[in-house]
Design a protein around this ligand. Structure first.
Ligand code: APR
Length: 230
């Protein structure tokens, strides 16, 4: 029998239980750092070394982190569903948990990109990317991250994926950042929608959604029970 298409839109909240800070929670990244000073093309032009250091510190934390039950249970769903993850996260915890189809909207922190030809993308061996690390064309490498003000190249494929969903699961995102947040509007009319988030969720953004007000690990336990119950 054909497996139902289960599309996941994930955000920083799913990696929170792996020890990776979210952005807008009380202890979030943007509480400590000014994103405009570190995650924009202007920041890169004015102080590349500072920007590289900011991502080096975050990359180290990703390398030390492990997938949590939320990631792992999502990977297990591939046994019974045609699962496609669309993530705003730049960590590789979905992949390390075993998910096989992960589309990154905002880039991947463990990769670097040529500043001369954006099609040239390289894995970063360890934690650090430094001034003087060049691409094969001899230009400085930058983090393979979509900065504020930059285009989101994967948004079109993401729209197609969401528009084809039988089930949409939104997990661990404040739905603050566009165009990613706008993806939920492309879910088909008859798509079953679920949302997992421990925070107060104002349903103004998603209609007829089953809200599970839990952290990702506990919420995914409930999802597995709900989906196996059919
Ligand atoms: N489990 C599930 N959800 C959680 C957990 C948890 N353990 N802890 C926090 N959350 C929820 C928060 O309640 C919040 O709704 O995760 C969400 C995190 O929201 P943000 O910090 O805004 O992260 P996100 O939505 O992924 O941000 C989107 O903003 O700065 C940019 O590019 C960056 O991709 C990021 C984008």
């Amino acid at each position: 029998m054909k497996k139902q298409k289960l599309v996941v839109l994930s955000g920083a909240g799913i990696s929170q239980e792996s020890g990776i800070a979210t952005y807008r929670d009380k202890d979030g990244l943007w509480e400590k750092y000014d994103p405009m000073a570190l995650a924009t093309p202007e920041a890169w032009m004015s102080d590349s070394a500072l920007v590289l250091e900011f991502y080096n510190v975050r990359r180290e934390k990703v390398l030390q982190a492990e997938p949590n039950p939320g990631h792992l249970k999502l990977a297990e769903l591939e046994q019974n569903f045609d699962v496609q993850i669309v993530t705003q996260n730049v960590d590789d915890l979905h992949e390390r948990a075993g998910s096989t189809r992960v589309l990154h909207l905002h880039g991947e922190i463990r990769k670097a990109r040529s500043t001369k030809n954006p099609a040239l993308v390289y894995d970063i061996a360890g934690a650090d990317l430094n001034i003087g690390d060049y691409c094969e064309l001899g230009s400085q490498l930058r983090p393979h991250i979509v900065w504020f003000g930059e285009a989101v190249p994967n948004i079109e494929p993401a729209v197609e994926i969401i528009a084809d969903a039988d089930i949409l699961l939104v997990i661990g995102t404040s739905l603050n950042v566009y165009p990613a947040a706008g993806l939920i509007d492309y879910a088909p009319q008859n798509c079953r929608k679920f949302l997992i988030d421990p925070g107060e969720f104002s349903a103004h953004q998603i209609t007829d959604v089953h809200v599970i007000q839990e952290k990702a690990g506990a919420g995914m336990q409930q999802i597995c029970e709900l989906l196996s119950a059919k």
